[in-house]
Design a protein around this ligand. Structure first.
Ligand SMILES: NC(=O)c1ccc[n+]([C@@H]2O[C@H](COP(=O)([O-])OP(=O)(O)OC[C@H]3O[C@@H](n4cnc5c(N)ncnc54)[C@H](O)[C@@H]3O)[C@@H](O)[C@H]2O)c1
Length: 343
């Protein structure tokens, strides 16, 4: 049985990771770490985890593990990953992989040096609609994919978690571009076949979201020093491109997380899987049927377990997670300098 220590007993741990780990065959969560010790103890009781720690060091010094599942705020991902790798543990890390490329490269070099597995939790890749579209794209059904437009837009969607961890740049590393963008750019790029980026250009805007406030559910944010809105284009070799628009708080017509994928022989939308194909001088559209399958989070954690056992090939290779952070870094740098960023 693979023994997992989960770091950060917050919302994603409670709603996705712990319920999903309970369904993964061959692995179990045996320890939880969170400075909010009472919250961790409560979750521990619910999921039968009796080793509860307030710091990662206490956990690493007290219990024998095979791997960690890092669900802490963004700014801690790199430190938690490096300490765990130094203790000989495999790591699955929630998105964003890290808050900057320097730390992404550091994790990759530690993992390589020690022969350990590091996987970023890009669960969108494990959705049944993503798997179906990826297999059709890779089989050449839509020709060459030359452009994806991805939208991750919310009208009133500021994520308000513990201690402003998404709205205080010191904890989050950035706003919707690094947070929602980690999923949005990743799914667009993966469906395209992960081409090599050559340049990036972005614009950010502030002044729409209140600097403090309360959500519909009564959660409060008291620090808000991230971008309100970001838009950008990443250019790849062979004239391929991704465009993105993302915001937590805007006056957009509808809340949306979707991709429109353009290929030389057809177009597709994700995640609603509408296919557009040439038909004489016109086009025909149809919706693809998606088969029922296990939850993306269960599939993702089962895959990580298989990687540790050496029975599967990486669906989210570490180098791709490093490359994704380089793209996000490049977009932020372009927006700040008002220049095209060259990779
Ligand atoms: N994959 C997804 O769709 C998705 C969705 C939501 C969040 N996330 C990611 O999951 C991570 C956590 O997000 P969340 O929504 O659960 O946030 P959260 O604020 O609810 O939880 C974070 C937890 O980490 C704890 N923590 C803070 N400092 C710590 C430390 N030094 N060591 C250990 N624990 C510490 C906090 O007390 C809190 O319980 C983030 O990286 C976030 O981007 C992913």
């Amino acid at each position: 049985m693979i023994k997992i220590g989960l770091i950060g007993a917050g919302k994603i741990a409670e709603t996705f990771h712990l319920p999903a780990w309970a369904q993964v065959v061959g692995a179990e969560v045996v320890a939880l770490v969170d400075p909010r010790i009472n919250v961790a103890k409560k979750l521990g009781r619910e999921y039968g985890v009796c080793n509860i720690f307030s710091t990662i060091d206490n956990m690493l010094n007290s219990i024998k593990l095979d791997a960690v599942d890092i669900c802490s705020p963004h700014i801690f991902h790199a430190d938690h990953a490096i300490r765990s790798l130094e203790s000989g543990l495999h790591c699955i890390i929630e998105k964003p992989f890290t808050t900057d490329k320097k730390n992404a490269l550091k994790i990759a070099s530690e993992a390589e040096k020690r022969g350990l597995i590091v996987m970023c939790a890009q669960h969108q890749r494990f959705r049944p609609e993503s798997i179906l579209l990826k297999s059709k794209i890779d089989a050449g059904e839509f020709g060459e994919i030359y452009h994806v437009n991805v939208e991750a837009m919310a009208s009133r969607g500021i994520p308000v978690q513990v201690a402003n961890s998404f709205t205080d740049k010191r904890l989050s590393g950035g706003g919707p571009l690094i947070d929602q963008g980690s999923h949005a750019i990743d799914i667009a790029w993966w469906l395209m076949g992960c081409p090599s980026p050559s340049s990036a250009f972005a614009v950010m805007h502030d002044g729409t979201a209140p600097k403090m406030g309360t959500t519909k559910n009564g959660a409060e944010w008291t620090v808000y020093n991230i971008e309100d809105f970001a838009t950008g284009i990443i250019r790849f070799k062979d004239n391929k491109s991704i465009t993105i628009r993302t915001s937590y708080f805007s006056n957009c017509a509808k809340d949306i997380f979707s991709c429109e994928i353009l290929g030389t022989k057809g177009g597709i939308t994700w995640p609603d899987t509408i296919i557009t194909k040439p038909y004489g001088n016109n086009v025909r559209r149809k919706k693809l049927k998606i088969e029922e399958s296990s939850l993306a989070s269960v599939a993702e954690l089962s895959h990580f377990t298989s990687l540790i056992k050496g029975t599967d090939q990486a669906i989210v290779p570490l180098q791709q997670s490093v490359e994704l952070i380089k793209m996000i870094d490049g977009l932020y740098e372009s927006a700040t300098t008002e220049q095209i960023f060259h990779f």
